[in-house]
Design a protein around this ligand. Structure first.
Ligand code: FAD
Length: 387
């Protein structure tokens, strides 16, 4: 039996970490994100990520999700990490929630896509942010999903979608009814090669390996079995799984800031001024320590809210986590970038990492919107603090 096969039978946290490490060992740093995904799928790191049997769809094991993101982040390719994160924590749970069908029937297109994605042989992009509305105004989205007899017609456009340029499958949130009511929205599985689909790269040099792009749907026709879950359940399913993506964002933030802090500390130990390492300077040490405390706080919040977040039963866990990410990442990375001096501007240096990590305060909900959510839930959150 190969090491990889024996590791895949080891269901302990250490066994999962070993499985992921072995899967990624053969993928050169800087390889396309599709290679990273394929290796993870082939090793069984995606099929063993979720707990099954939940009526609302797959639930990620939080410790495994954290281990997966830490291992991918260690490759220092933020585009590839974003690509894996959005699929593992958001697209696959939503897709998996709609895969069930009659046991005897041939697998539905949704079940087939789920199988390919788990095996790593296909990528799935999750397209929610719409060209017709601000991303912070999700229920204002304009992309339409019409049911015409036994067909679906998808018309509209999506912006800034991770994996748009590489995904075989596009998971698209559209509306079947005008208005903002949460039952007006549904998910549709659109194979990327369907007639009427067009993809263009997003105009950015950041997160290059994430294949982020914009997608157009020009009256795209599909059989009705490409609806993911029941008609009108789109927002409910999304809300249910959103907290998992927010936990994943926080787990990635801890891994990324911890990695940059470690690198910064090494540099400060080596860099001398008047014969003394900069690390011995009291101001430098204090600034660094403040950052370390912030990251340790974020890590503690991840640990305490992880189970609640993946079960998706309360909005507050994800909202708190994503707010904390927004308040932590840029402060820490800005300090690290400053402490790296001119070297922070080198390719792959802390200044560039900081710009790429900005996605943690934008993608999947901007920090201000999260903080507004915390204020909305403040009565409940304050009561929890008193228990
Ligand atoms: C690299 C990258 C990858 C992405 N991947 C995906 C993906 O895979 N799938 C997907 O569907 N989307 C994706 N997105 C889109 C992302 O989810 C949206 O960008 C995000 O929801 C914000 O929407 P917006 O950019 O339209 O900003 P807007 O909603 O226009 O907001 C602009 C700014 O206004 C301020 N603001 C907004 N709302 C409020 C408020 N309520 N209170 C106070 N201030 C506010 C904030 O400063 C905010 O940054 C991605 C984005 C990026 C950058």
């Amino acid at each position: 039996m190969s090491d990889l096969a024996s590791a895949s039978r080891d269901t302990t946290p250490a066994g999962y970490r070993k499985l992921v490490a072995q899967a990624l060992a053969g993928v050169p740093v800087g390889a396309p994100a599709t290679d990273v995904w394929r290796a993870l799928g082939a090793a069984g790191a995606l099929s063993t990520l979720y707990r099954r049997g939940n009526a609302l769809g797959p639930v990620a094991d939080p410790a495994r999700l954290g281990a997966l993101l830490r291992a991918v982040d260690a490759r220092a390719d933020n585009g590839a990490t974003l690509s894996v994160l959005v699929q593992a924590a958001s697209a696959l749970p939503v897709l998996g929630s709609g895969r069930s069908g009659p046991a005897s029937a041939a697998p539905s297109p949704v079940a087939a896509a789920w199988g390919h994605a788990l095996a790593g042989t296909a990528q799935v992009a999750l397209a929610a942010t719409d060209e017709a509305a601000a991303g912070s105004d999700l229920s204002g989205l304009g992309t339409q999903v019409r049911i015409e007899g036994d067909q679906l017609v998808v018309h509209g456009g999506k912006r800034w979608v991770t994996n748009a340029g590489t995904a075989e499958y596009l998971l698209v949130l559209g509306r079947h009814h005008p208005g903002r009511h949460f039952t007006n929205f549904s998910w549709v599985l659109v194979p990327a090669r369907t007639a009427g689909v067009s993809v263009s790269p997003a105009p950015t040099g950041l997160l290059a390996n994430s294949a982020t792009g914009h997608i157009g749907f020009d009256s795209v026709r599909l059989p009705a079995d490409h609806l993911v879950g029941r008609n009108g359940r789109g927002m409910a399913v999304f809300a249910r799984h959103m907290s998992t993506e927010r936990l994943a964002g926080a787990q990635w933030a801890v891994a990324l800031t911890g990695r940059v802090l470690a690198d910064t500390r090494e540099r400060l130990l080596r860099r001398t001024v008047d014969g003394e390492p900069l690390w011995h300077n009291a101001v430098v040490r204090q600034g660094f320590a403040e950052c370390l405390v912030r990251v340790a706080q974020l890590r503690a919040l991840c640990d305490s809210l992880a189970e609640t977040a993946v079960k998706g039963q309360s909005l507050s866990a994800g909202t708190l986590l994503k707010s904390a990410v927004g308040l932590t990442v840029d402060t820490v990375l800005a300090r690290c970038a400053q402490l790296q001096g001119a070297d922070g501007f080198a390719a792959g240096g802390a200044q560039g990492v900081r710009a790429e990590a900005g996605v943690l305060g934008i993608g999947g909900g901007v920090t201000e919107l999260m903080l507004a959510g915390v204020a909305d839930m403040s009565e409940q959150l304050l009561a929890e603090l008193r228990t």
